[in-house]
Design a protein around this ligand. Structure first.
Ligand code: NI
Length: 149
């Protein structure tokens, strides 16, 4: 595994929509492993492939409950609301209040291409929303209600 360079705000790769993953091969597995190691190194709870310069629909999340890998994720249900502090490894040192659904159900493929569904609440729901938006070329900054000093 290797630590990859995290692209920062202003880097054009962060503002482009990502392409679906089609090959569930060793290259994808290395990418996912590297993303997880990179996320952990910088104390993040989620990382999307474009943040390491790869325009593919793949994210890793770990909000404390273990590693979650979502390939080609699609949010299929959301409910409730939560407002809380959010940050991003691509925007270091900046935190802001963002409103998100409290519960999110996502359909995604695992690293071998198998489809599954999972539901997250609170911080996990927030991370799923934040990371899937990266795949659309969007940063959380657009959603901030109030920046936290
Ligand atoms: Ni982010």
């Amino acid at each position: 595994m290797a630590i990859r360079v995290v692209r920062k705000k202003g880097d054009e790769v962060l503002y482009k929509p990502c392409k679906p993953v089609k090959d569930f091969d060793n290259k994808l597995h290395i990418l996912l492993d590297d993303m997880y190691e990179t996320m952990k190194k910088y104390d993040g709870v989620g990382l999307a492939a474009p943040q390491v310069g790869i325009l593919k629909r793949a994210v890793v999340i770990d909000v404390g409950g273990g590693k979650v890998e979502l390939i080609n994720p699609e949010i299929i249900e959301e409910s409730g609301e939560q407002t809380g502090s959010e940050g991003c490894l691509s925007v270091p040192g900046v935190y802001g209040e963002v409103t998100r659904p409290n519960d999110v159900t996502v359909k995604a493929q695992d690293r071998n291409g198998k489809w599954f569904k999972m539901t997250g609440e609170e911080l996990l729901a927030r991370a799923i929303c934040h990371e899937t938006e990266h795949l659309e070329g969007k940063l959380f900054l657009d959603r901030v209600i109030k920046f936290i000093e």
